[in-house]
Design a protein around this ligand. Structure first.
Ligand SMILES: NC(=O)c1ccc[n+]([C@@H]2O[C@H](COP(=O)([O-])OP(=O)(O)OC[C@H]3O[C@@H](n4cnc5c(N)ncnc54)[C@H](OP(=O)(O)O)[C@@H]3O)[C@@H](O)[C@H]2O)c1
Length: 328
């Protein structure tokens, strides 16, 4: 089968498409899944170049990708098919999900072994054309839930500023913040993404066209916002601290972000901790199904274009999700 692997940390060129990789074997608690699409995330290029905290314990050669959508082929040795059926992930079912916690194996392959607990079924009415966004749903979705519910704890009537509103996580943060009761959400992004941000329910602020700090000051009468959800961090984190209302809080996404500028000023700051679990995956299913979470997969590339995909991720201007077609 085909599988992407890399055997040293480095640039996108270390990623190699193997065409004769052995099919994996499902271990205890696992199922084999034929992958249709692979969801990619900035975490993938950070693991590959060695800059992620996760690179430290990674055994090389390693795979890439943490999430996917596909069809369950078979159950592992200890799994009762009746129980899998009850959980909606029996052989023959279309599923999506992401590798949890310590599981360092990739998902960019034609067939993977993955814990049954890390999967949820894709509703029957979802068409084949819609599958790419399901492949990219789990990681950004579980992250957005952790940001809004666990870290920011957005309450009714609060004002929110999202940095990077058209990105993978940003496209879910906007509707989830509104669902949590936010009175108004502003979101930064390039002018080219303003319409998309508006469709998601936020007021766009084109950071390449205007000074977002002046725009927030004017919009809030100088008070600032109650909550900043900062998916970008580099140029946005420190300036955002001056645009928080008294008692305001900030959540920033990169795991290795230096949050000390906030703590030194006594400002509540969080880096979200992703919580896996079927209840949260099922919540995402409802949101995508109902249209409440209109996450888009803007770019679908063949598996063999993995290096180009990693380059695009590193450029940091992905709109919605970047996905690989495992069979193209
Ligand atoms: N802590 C965790 O568990 C966790 C989980 C998931 C992700 N993350 C991290 O969160 C970050 C975002 O992830 P993602 O999947 O949403 O990435 P993404 O899909 O690549 O989106 C990044 C977005 O940032 C925007 N952006 C770039 N420069 C900007 C600027 N100067 N000001 C405002 N926005 C800007 C881009 O929008 P434009 O094209 O409009 O500029 C792009 O849409 C990454 O660093 C990722 O590693 C952390």
């Amino acid at each position: 089968m085909r599988e992407i692997r890399f055997d040293s940390f480095g640039g996108p060129e270390v990623l190699t498409l193997h065409t004769d990789a052995p099919q994996p074997v499902a271990g205890p608690g696992e199922v084999l899944v034929e992958v249709a699409y692979v969801g990619l995330n900035p975490l993938d290029y950070k693991i590959r170049d060695g800059s992620s905290g996760r690179s430290k314990d990674l055994v090389l050669p390693a795979g890439t990708g943490r999430e996917m959508a596909g069809v369950v082929l078979s159950a592992g040795p200890d799994l009762d098919e009746a129980e899998l059926e009850a959980r909606g992930v029996a052989p023959g079912t279309r599923v999506f999900g992401m590798r949890a916690g310590a599981d360092q194996r990739g998902t960019a392959a034609e067939v993977i072994a993955i814990a049954a607990d890390d999967l949820a079924p894709i509703p029957d009415e979802v068409t084949a054309e819609e599958l790419p966004r399901w492949a990219g749903l789990a990681l950004v979705g579980l992250t957005a839930i952790a940001v809004v519910r666990d870290s920011a704890r957005i309450a009714e009537g609060e004002t929110v500023l999202v940095h990077g509103g058209a990105g993978g996580v940003g496209q879910l943060l906007i509707p989830m913040a509104l669902e949590a009761g936010a009175a108004q959400v502003w979101a930064t992004g390039r002018a080219a993404n303003a319409e998309r941000i508006r469709e998601l329910g936020a007021t766009p602020i084109a950071y390449d066209d205007a000074d977002w700090r002046a725009e927030i000051d004017e919009a809030t009468g100088g008070r600032g916002v109650d909550v900043v959800l900062d998916t970008h961090y580099f140029t946005t984190f420190v300036p955002s601290l001056d645009h928080l209302a008294p008692g305001g809080r900030i959540v920033t996404l990169p795991t290795l972000a230096d949050t000390s500028p906030a703590t030194e000023r006594g400002i509540e700051v969080h880096v979200p901790q992703l919580v896996p679990g079927r209840d949260r995956l099922d919540h995402l299913v409802q949101g995508l199904r109902s249209g409440a979470y209109p996450l888009e997969a803007s770019t679908v590339l063949p598996l063999g274009e993995i290096a180009r995909a990693h380059r695009l991720l590193a450029e940091g201007h992905t709109r919605g999700k970047l996905v690989l077609d495992a069979h193209a």
